[in-house]
Design a protein around this ligand. Structure first.
Ligand code: MGD
Ligand code: MGD
Ligand code: SF4
Ligand code: MO
Length: 714
């Protein structure tokens, strides 16, 4: 049998065809009939099969017994999980139970529906997720400028003439907050129609290699560069502001302090280059400025998101074909988010450091201190779902130590890994090929409007549960015991249990912009297009979509303007230190695809990229073992000396460090690498959003004299 499905490993959401024999997978390939991906898949796609077949993937719930884990029944595991949560809650109050949700949540219908209905309704302020290591700066900026955290615009790459990319490497990451499979083809098409790609990155990346122009920038200085571009746009009268804008004059006034020659030394970008970039962008027929993880991982990440959105707006490229646009998803994510309280900024503050919540969640950078610090509201129990904060959050070593102190920890995850090994009970869902799928979240960020329903290509085993079922069962045990969870919690979870994921999607489609209750888009209708349904190019949505009180785009929101003076600190001359940034690899996915032999084979990927000048100054040869250290810790790995790095900057991938004891991932352990987050700093944040500033980490690098006995040391 050949069944159409979606690859749920990254945001490209490529259509795949899964060949099955009985309940076995025999192959996974690209689906040429998927309107969005048109047959494209990346090498990671084999992970869909490998995950399913992985002998280390947990098939049964595990209970901790001392240092070991033993298999148990679902009944016992779920009862134990729920009883512990309720016990801690009764003894210490609702905030004593914390939640951490990881990145795969965004790719999982069960976690986006039943998972949210349970976890976001526990009545704790201690909600954490991978968002605060990822896109909360965009969310904060979207909230201030457009009135809702989810109103993050998407670059209309297929129609633009000028694509300016800062801090993203879509050729490798396959795009983020931009569902657009096959980036290479899209970039070639852009260039073939006479358009231009400009990439700003401290590393000459795979995307930069394809670009018409690549510009090195000193890490964490993008806000200065964008301000200087705005300076040029205003000074030369190149602005072309669209309708529905407020605050243009104030933005113009703020930009006056950032002339190109004032920021050139701090950014490492020559002033005439800045002026050229600004002119080319402003004069292009249709241009889109796109910033992503590399700019979110900065101390002023929210300011970068703001200035990028503002540059689009000021040059007439916001909400316009070929510029930065909003989608019209078939299931309105904003409405669903409102239901789960995901839409706010502020409200809760963290107990120890007083940091504000964004989208109803506190920064994961405070998780460890909230576990360690005694007092009312101290975290004593934790539920992790689809997350691995020990390897993915800043100062992972501190989190690791804190997890060991918890009274009760529940992990909903398929692996016994660096985080889940601290759990008292692990609830493993089925593989991604055994669950139905609809991209509730990603469809809201596609470069075309698109919808697709996937029936599970493979059946579940008799004693297996998917994420939806796990959370429905957990919710049924926990929520009735919670009175403070709010009036919505009981109906939502009870409703979900009755309906199942299909009915939820059906309802969302019927209530969405393409569904009228009579004759419009419904699940039955969508099922007639098993390879996916193209709903056309992005359309203009202003001003109706805006949630700001005056229904205008706020170009100079007060909360952001107030942080501008802090940017001046970036202008101070920097010392002779090295700054560490991250990188992603095409065959890797954060921390969790390293147990697939097909994906990890080949040369070591957990290496430190160093510029030749920096290497020479430290006596570091290509391939040499180096020690990377700072106040947080020290790791040792091989250096790769390369001109692709900007001098003064080194690059280390995250998601490695699989040598921790007590895990059950044999292949990953054999390709352990080291964790970049043993060096990152939980105190270094974007103040406005709480996002981890991974790209501002200072390190010392030195050659390690290798004696024969530690030649294979990490
Ligand atoms: N193959 C693969 N694909 C993935 C993932 C993966 O791990 N592997 N992860 C997925 C996830 S969770 C996400 S969020 C997306 C992220 O998708 P992208 O945002 O495209 O992420 P990266 O590839 O990390 O690209 C970030 C770039 O920012 C650069 N950078 C670092 N610091 C700075 C800076 O200060 N300024 C500027 N201008 N650039 C900087 C880095 O050199 C890097 O090239 O990728 C997703 N896709
Ligand atoms: N230094 C540094 N750190 C970073 C980054 C960086 O660029 N540099 N990037 C950050 C970013 S953008 C992100 S998004 C985070 C990711 O941070 P996390 O989400 O915390 O980490 P992942 O490695 O994605 O771990 C995913 C976990 O989910 C499990 N899982 C996979 N699929 C499913 C599923 O369907 N159901 C369930 N229940 N579990 C599942 C996996 O087994 C794994 O344990 O890392 C961040 N950390
Ligand atoms: S780009 Fe690769 S990992 Fe991402 S969805 Fe497509 S096939 Fe899967
Ligand atoms: Mo991410």
């Amino acid at each position: 049998m050949r069944k159409p499905a979606t690859c749920t490993l990254c945001e490209a959401a490529c259509g795949i065809l899964v060949d099955t024999e009985g309940d076995r997978v025999v192959g996974v390939r690209g689906d040429p009939d998927d309107p969005q991906s048109r047959g494209y898949v990346c090498p990671k796609v084999v992970g869909m099969q490998d995950l399913h077949e992985d002998p280390d993937r947990l098939r049964r719930p595990l209970l901790r017994r001392g240092e070991d884990f033993v298999e148990t029944t679902w009944q016992e595991a779920l009862d134990f999980a729920a009883e512990g949560i309720l016990r801690v809650r009764r003894a210490h109050g609702p905030d004593a139970v914390a939640v951490y949700q990881g990145n795969p949540t965004a790719h999982n219908l069960g976690l986006l529906t039943a998972g949210q209905a349970v976890l976001r309704k526990l009545g704790t302020r201690n909600l954490f997720s991978a968002s605060s290591t990822d896109q909360v700066p965009h969310m904060r900026a979207a909230h201030e400028m457009f009135g809702h955290v989810l109103l993050m615009p998407v670059p209309d790459v297929d129609r633009t003439d000028h694509w300016l990319v800062l801090g993203a490497n879509p050729v490798v990451s396959n795009g983020s907050i931009m569902t657009a499979p096959d980036q290479r083809r899209r970039i070639k098409e852009l260039q073939a129609r006479g358009g231009k790609l400009v990439v700003v990155d401290p590393r000459r990346t795979e995307t930069a290699e394809l670009a018409d122009t690549h510009v090195f920038i000193r890490p964490s200085t993008d806000a200065l560069l964008l301000f200087a571009m705005l300076y040029v746009v205003f000074a030369e009268g190149l602005e072309r502001p669209g309708p529905h804008l407020a605050g243009l004059d104030e933005l113009r006034r703020l930009a006056r302090d950032f002339a190109p020659d004032q920021v050139a030394s701090a950014t490492g970008v020559a002033s005439d280059r800045i002026a050229t970039m600004a002119r080319e962008f402003a004069r292009a027929e249709r241009a889109a400025c796109y910033v992503r993880v590399g700019t979110c991982h900065q101390e002023h990440g929210t300011l970068v998101s703001w200035l990028a959105y503002a540059l689009n707006a000021v040059t007439g490229n916001l909400d316009r074909a070929g510029g930065a646009m909003w989608t019209t998803p078939a299931a309105e994510l904003m409405v669903i988010a409102d239901l789960f309280g995901l839409s706010s900024v502020g409200g809760a503050h963290s107990r120890v450091r007083g940091l504000p919540a964004v989208g109803g969640e506190l920064p994961v950078a405070v998780l460890a201190e909230e576990i360690e610090t005694p007092g009312q509201g101290q975290i004593r129990a934790l539920i992790t779902s689809a997350g691995n904060p020990v390897l993915s959050a800043p100062n992972g070593r501190r989190i690791e130590a804190a997890l060991a102190e918890l009274d009760h920890m529940v992990a909903v995850d398929s692996f016994l890994n660096e985080t889940t090994r601290h759990a008292h009970v692990i609830l493993p869902p089925v593989s991604p090929l055994q669950r139905a799928h609809y991209d509730l979240a990603l469809n809201a960020f596609g470069v075309r409007n698109h919808a697709k329903w996937v029936d599970a290509p493979l059946p579940k085993g008799p004693d297996e549960l998917d994420d939806f079922e796990i959370f429905v069962k957990l919710g049924a045990r926990i929520l009735p015991g919670i009175s403070a969870a709010g009036p919505l919690q009981m109906p939502v979870s009870a409703l979900l249990r009755k309906l199942g994921p299909e009915a939820v999607v059906d309802l969302a489609l019927r209530a969405g912009p393409y569904g009228t209750f009579r004759g419009g888009l419904s699940l039955a209708e969508l099922r007639k297009s098993p390879h996916g349904l193209d709903l056309g190019p992005l359309r203009s949505r202003l001003p109706d979509l805006l949630r700001t009180p005056d229904r205008k785009v706020q170009l100079a929101p007060q909360a952001l303007v107030a942080e501008v003076p802090a940017l001046r600190a970036l202008l101070a001359p920097r010392g002779d230190t090295l700054t560490m940034i991250g990188r992603r690899h095409l065959r890797s996915n954060n921390s969790w695809l390293h147990n697939s032999t097909r994906l990890v084979k080949g040369r070591d990927r957990c290496t430190l990229l160093v510029n030749p000048t920096d290497a020479r100054a430290r006596g570091i040869a290509d391939g040499a073992l180096v020690a990377v250290k700072n106040a947080r810790g020290e790791v040792r790995l091989r250096a790769e000396v390369s001109e692709e790095m900007m001098p003064g900057v080194v690059s280390m991938p995250h998601g490695f460090g699989h040598h921790r004891p007590g895990t059950r991932m044999a292949v990953a352990e054999a390709h352990a690498g080291v964790s970049a987050n043993d060096l990152t700093d939980d105190m270094l944040l974007d103040r406005l959003s709480g996002n981890a500033a991974f790209s501002g980490v200072t390190v010392e690098v030195s050659a390690v004299v290798e004696r024969s006995e530690d030649a294979h040391a990490e």
